[in-house]
Write a protein that binds this ligand. Structure first.
Ligand SMILES: C[S@@+](CC[C@H](N)C(=O)[O-])C[C@H]1O[C@@H](n2cnc3c(N)ncnc32)[C@H](O)[C@@H]1O
Length: 265
């Protein structure tokens, strides 16, 4: 099937297609062989230690998938979800209002790894109660959030999954987005970042979204130069590059989960 190469600034992807392509099971899309499980296991580990905690958490580029917020929710009082796409914001609001229930199997998997004895229903209700705003965000802008209730707020922690490489197409612009995101974080605050390496595109329906191609060394270099201390950086052991020439959905070569801390300068 022929696809159109585009960017998120030009086309907002379809949340339903994204969910059914990449989140229909906890192992994710078959071309990404277990990548989603690597992210889910890693996020669960990072948060269940209780080392990352605070009052306000911002998730950047949530898309239609609030799994990161689910892991973080027990450790924060208020959660803000954000995305560039209005369609994703509407989808998330519908999920919060109980009109969509697409996260059950993912949340169930995360709950199995949790140390708490809460039921799925209770954890989901707690998450929804803590989500105070679902707002527009553009991480490529010096002030990524201009919505009145949140403008000017700095967060105790920021999470972001698969957004930064999708929000730009050059390393220079990627680094600017890191700088913009840093401005939303308080000093000493944590960034929990999920991402992919050496990816040029990922596909949703008929669209292939261009991404910033970033290597392991470039990743570490950018975050250190932009004023973060990398606390942990875990790579997936899977070799996603195995059949990349034929891959139709994503050509990423590796995946990572990073925890970093904002330094003063
Ligand atoms: C690959 S999806 C990731 C969605 C979800 N966080 C996940 O882990 O599956 C990339 C997301 O980044 C969002 N995005 C793209 N450009 C953005 C920007 N400039 N600012 C904020 N979000 C952006 C897209 O709308 C999309 O929801």
């Amino acid at each position: 099937m022929s696809t159109v190469l585009t960017t998120h600034k030009d086309v907002s992807f379809d949340p339903e297609t994204y969910v059914s392509t990449y989140y229909s099971s906890v192992t994710g899309h078959e071309e990404e062989g277990g990548m989603l499980q690597f992210f889910l296991d890693g996020l669960s580990d990072v948060f269940k230690s209780g080392a990352i905690t605070g009052i306000r958490l911002l998730d950047i580029g949530t898309g239609p998938i609030p799994h990161t917020a689910f892991c973080a929710a027990p450790w924060f009082k208020e959660i803000i979800l954000s995305d560039f796409s209005e369609k994703n914001l509407e989808f998330l609001q519908n999920w919060k209002d109980g009109k969509i229930n697409h996260m059950g199997h993912i949340f169930e998997y995360l709950l199995q790894m949790d140390t708490s004895s809460s039921s799925l229903e209770k954890r989901q209700d707690e998450l929804k109660m803590k989500i105070k705003h679902i707002i527009k965000c553009d991480v490529t802008q010096p002030n990524p959030i201009v919505s009145t209730p949140v403008d000017g707020v700095v967060f105790d922690a920021i999470t972001s999954s698969l957004c930064l490489e999708a929000a730009s197409t050059t390393l220079q612009d990627y680094a600017k987005s890191v700088r913009n995101l840093r401005g939303l974080l308080k000093c000493g605050g944590h960034l929990v970042l999920v991402g992919v390496l050496e990816q040029t595109f990922y596909r949703v329906g008929d669209f292939r979204f261009q991404c910033t191609y970033i290597s392991k060394d470039q990743l570490q270099d950018i975050y250190q130069k932009e004023g973060f201390e990398i606390i942990s950086l875990k790579y997936s052991n899977e070799k996603y590059s195995a059949h990349k020439e034929e891959n139709e959905y994503s050509d990423c070569k590796n995946a990572f989960l990073m925890v970093a801390k904002k330094l003063e300068h």
